[in-house]
Design a protein around this ligand. Sequence first.
Ligand code: S5P
Length: 257
Amino acid sequence: MNLSFYDRAAQTTNPTAKALLQLMDTKKTNLCLSADLSCAGDVLALADKLGPQICVFKTHVDIIQDFTRSFASELTNLSEKHNFIIFEDRKFADIGHTVKEQYGKGLYSIADWAPITNAHILPGEGIIDGLKSIGLNKGNGLLLLAQMSSKGNLFNEAYTASAVEMAKAHRDFVIGFITQHRLTEDPAFISFTPGISSTDQGDALGQQYVTPRQAILENHTDVIIVGRGIYGATDPIAAAEAYRAEAWQAYTDRLCL
Ligand code: S5P
């Protein structure tokens, strides 16, 4: 499936997926920055500095020591200023009723400011129904964890195939996958790949890395997720530019296959 992001935008009905595919095409970036920092000010500064390079800004709000609602509104302003989409990497994993409460309420109220979030399918389809009951009317989208990057993870082929089936049954709300390989030729679904580094093989806690080119060109995924490779670099702007260029080149090379 070598359709461009532009052509794929027409194949999806979910507003967040459509906006993401269109912005990747116009901004020429398939780089998602994973901003795993613990001070709100540092996360916002990173979003302002690297916003021009990225299509998606990924947060782990439960890492942020000084989280307030104003953090969320300031990040939303930056997403409008620089034209990127916010993804809260919450990895929901509970029954439908509980995730509905976790997504829409509480201190974080994720559904109000993060157009993208993600979920494990381990509890069964009710988790999608619960999140959808809050997120669909807001135009939000959901990614399903179909494969993970970490060593010794318990994902297997049958589990991954179930994620694809569940996604197809909820294509109004499920916009794609967290995955190491493209899982379906359906152009509506967007594949996000974490565990990306141009230099390292992994970390001391089981993370495993592939290069942007392996992910996009060999494994046919769409968006690379990079954390420490960028915010941990001596020059994060130069690192972001390099990851962006490598991932975009791999995407345009794939279009020619
Ligand atoms: O399988 C996964 C899924 C995710 S979302 N492996 C991952 O590493 N992630 C997330 O991607 C992880 O939670 C972290 O926020 C980011 C990778 O960070 P890095 O510093 O290793 O690039």
